[in-house]
Design a protein around this ligand. Sequence first.
Ligand code: CXF
Ligand code: ZN
Length: 376
Amino acid sequence: MRMKAAVMHTPRQPLVIEDVELDAPHAGEVLVKMVASGVCHSDVHNYTGDLPVPPPPIVLGHEGGGIVQEVGPGVTRLKPGDKVVMTFLPSCGRCRWCHTGQPNLCDLGAGISTGKMLDGTNRMRRADGTPLNSWSFISTYAEYSVAPEASLVKVPEWTPLEKACLFGCGFTTGYGAVTNAIRMKPGETITIVGCGGLGLAAIQGAAASDAGKIIAVDVHEEKLEMAKKMGATHAVRNRHKVDEAVKEIMDITWGLGTDYSGDFVGFDQCNETIDLAFKAVRKGGTMLLVGVAPLMQQTMPVNPALMTLFQKTIKGLLFGSAQFQVDIPRYIDLMHAGKIDMDSMVTHEYKLTDINTCFANLLAGNKVARQVIRFP
Ligand code: CXF
Ligand code: ZN
């Protein structure tokens, strides 16, 4: 079938909305009509070349929601008409990791960097026949997506996908980091470095866990305002002077530091944000690495002696350690009950033709929590 998709041809050049040929679903795959797609910062990292895999030409977009149109051979969990949230990682349900309650570590996930589908082939082509890479097997910046059944979570038919699409990556990554991976006790404290889509979701997770102090840190005042709206009890401006920000955190915590901290930024700024998060966490505390550092970076600014002497733990987390087939329907119920605030998370809605504006807004850094593309 033919559809419109946003194609990235060259890093840093505007994405082009063009006609793309989409093949029918292969075995284990599903054709989904897109309803909504979140615009996650990782797509911008691919666009700028900071995340150089998969290479262009590619259709980006890796958190979405839509309606099943057709299922390929062997698909058993889904049927036409089902509503689905599309996740940036698949889970096969059969590997060692899926069997031990860690579907976020499923062996299939390694394939997202290839740009191919799980069987090693492409599903999309330009009108001239050039194959197009996919992103995270789901390529949501298009009117339709052929996606693995393993990347789809069935959700109730009343689910507002223009909010729930964020459960496919960013929201689950941030909220899950706090509610799954560390399970804060009431009154415990946390420093959240970076108040984008991940950090704001983590703040909601900390507020839901009855955290005592939730200290939000960001370079942008606008982001700190959003953080307070989500439940941050304190806001600290990072003026690129780590020691000044850390002093403020120490003043707020009577010189202790917080029980937990996390870097929710990653990538190019991670040396500063990791340094800050490591210094902000108290003796015996745990620091989370949630934002992803540049893939080839081999070191991070952590004093190993202080890690030992202060007995600090550093914990890496992928997709919020979520069991997403269970957690996403749970988040939908929490959203329905007003206990997760997705209205404030989605600050802007756009059409697919506005995708370059969305990327520009994310690059500006101060303008948005999460943007969502809605399909007619
Ligand atoms: C990211 C997560 C890890 C590697 C790069 C892409 N995906 C979602 O944001
Ligand atoms: Zn993402």
